[in-house]
Design a protein around this ligand. Structure first.
Ligand SMILES: *Cc1c(COP(=O)(O)O)cnc(C)c1O
Length: 398
């Protein structure tokens, strides 16, 4: 037995001993990997000690809803990668959005939002509008004149995504910022990640992620994160704990582990996606490919300007035959490339925008935006491009 353990008081009852078990004795050597602080709270050195931690005079934590070493390191690391001074981990991407918006908005405020935003983000904005008295105006992401025209005296922020789903439109972030003036630009950078685009370089003040996607990158965590300028930090951090949108330590620990390989993964999937996009574009069974690295994509010029390191791993393509044929292709692909209503796993996955992300969008609106019944979205993973192409080709020839 390790002799650094304090000798046990032999008078302790088994119940007392059991309820106090599991605490390691202090060690001088640092663990090579960070520990997971699976704790609800932190023991305090008296009432004065609690006050000192609350006031920030003693470096520490008191209650995990309000802060935990794993939250802090994940938030700090994403902030560093994005080039921001502060980061707040949240329970999910939606938790991050809730913390950011409730942290800085009040009833009556107006939001300008890109029309192409993630479906749940739009649903959240609609809830703010109908239940909480906010104003929301949607504009096409590529229409800067419409952004300017949408501004009102009570406009408090604007929401865009660096790269949209599923048609992978790339936002002219600098153009939006110029149109907005002093109104903060809040960017969902989930698809691009800071490896491909750092929105702060184009004037964004607040960036958020679904860390369930690329930041973690292994399809096994729900997590979000907001990074921001100092003037927003405390309000967003407080909102995350007040609204219960705080992260959990294990998720943060896992996503921190994911971050270590993020640049390698983004590089690899960008190269594979570019390769597949080029080959699918000339495939006889494919009528259209949406990938910002293709000259035929409406965002190609913007993408080339703001994504010099790669265009990411998301691409969509269209086939004839609609839902019925898509279903057959998915069943055929399922052994190799599963249909999974998520993205940014280490594995390549397919999804069906018309039936998943845009299931509840009115059909006419969906078709007008280009998401037809034959659009398949591919989230490219870490497999070999050759294997993926062979599997896709075989399924498409059905
Ligand atoms: C998944 C996703 C979200 C929501 O994140 P969750 O972690 O699922 O809550 C937000 N934005 C984009 C672009 C996403 O893909």
């Amino acid at each position: 037995m390790d002799d650094s353990y304090k000798p046990l008081d032999p008078r302790l009852d088994v119940s007392t001993f059991a309820s106090r078990s599991g605490y390691p004795s202090p060690i001088e050597t640092r663990p090579s990997a960070p520990p997971i602080y699976m704790t609800t709270a932190f023991d305090m050195e008296g009432v004065d000690g609690f006050d000192a931690v609350c006031a920030g005079e003693t470096k520490g934590f008191f209650y995990t809803r309000d802060g935990n070493p794993n939250h802090e390191s994940f938030g700090r690391d994403v902030a560093f990668l994005e080039g921001f001074p502060h980061g707040v981990a949240a329970a999910s991407g939606m938790g991050a959005l809730v913390a950011a918006l409730f942290g800085i908005l009040k009833t009556g405020d107006h939001i300008v939002a890109a029309r192409e935003l993630y479906g749940r983000t739009v649903q959240f904005l609609e809830t703010l509008k109908t239940q909480f008295g906010f104003g929301v105006t949607y504009v096409p992401v590529g229409d800067l004149a419409a952004v300017k025209a949408a501004l009102r005296p009570e406009t408090r922020l604007a929401l865009v995504e660096t790269v949209s789903n599923p048609l992978v439109d790339v936002c002219d972030l600098a153009g939006w910022k110029e149109a907005l003036g002093a109104v903060p630009l809040v960017v969902d950078n989930t698809f691009a990640t800071p490896c491909l685009v750092k929105p702060r370089e184009f004037g964004s003040e607040i960036v958020w992620h679904s860390a369930s996607k690329y930041l973690n990158g292994h399809g096994d965590v729900m997590l979000g994160v907001v990074v921001c300028e100092p003037n927003f930090y405390l309000a967003i951090k407080n909102a995350a704990s007040l609204f219960g949108a705080n992260a959990n330590p294990l998720g943060c620990w896992m996503a921190s582990r994911g971050l270590r390989t993020l640049p390698l993964r983004m590089d690899r999937i960008s190269r594979t996606a570019e390769d597949l996009a080029g080959r699918l574009a000339v495939h006889p069974q494919v009528t259209k490919v949406f990938y910002p690295g293709l000259k035929t994509h409406s965002s190609y010029e913007i993408a080339r300007r703001i994504m010099p390191r790669g265009f990411g791993g998301m691409l969509s393509f269209e086939i004839d035959g609609g839902r019925e044929r898509v279903n057959k292709i998915f069943l055929r692909l399922n052994d190799a490339i599963p249909f999974s209503p998520t993205l940014a796993d280490a594995r390549t996955t397919v999804s069906y925008p018309a039936g998943v992300s845009h299931k509840f969008v009115p059909e006419a609106d969906r078709l007008k935006s280009g998401i037809t019944d034959g659009v398949i979205r591919l989230s490219v993973g870490l497999e070999s491009a050759e294997d993926l192409y062979r599997e896709l080709d075989a399924a498409l020839r059905l």
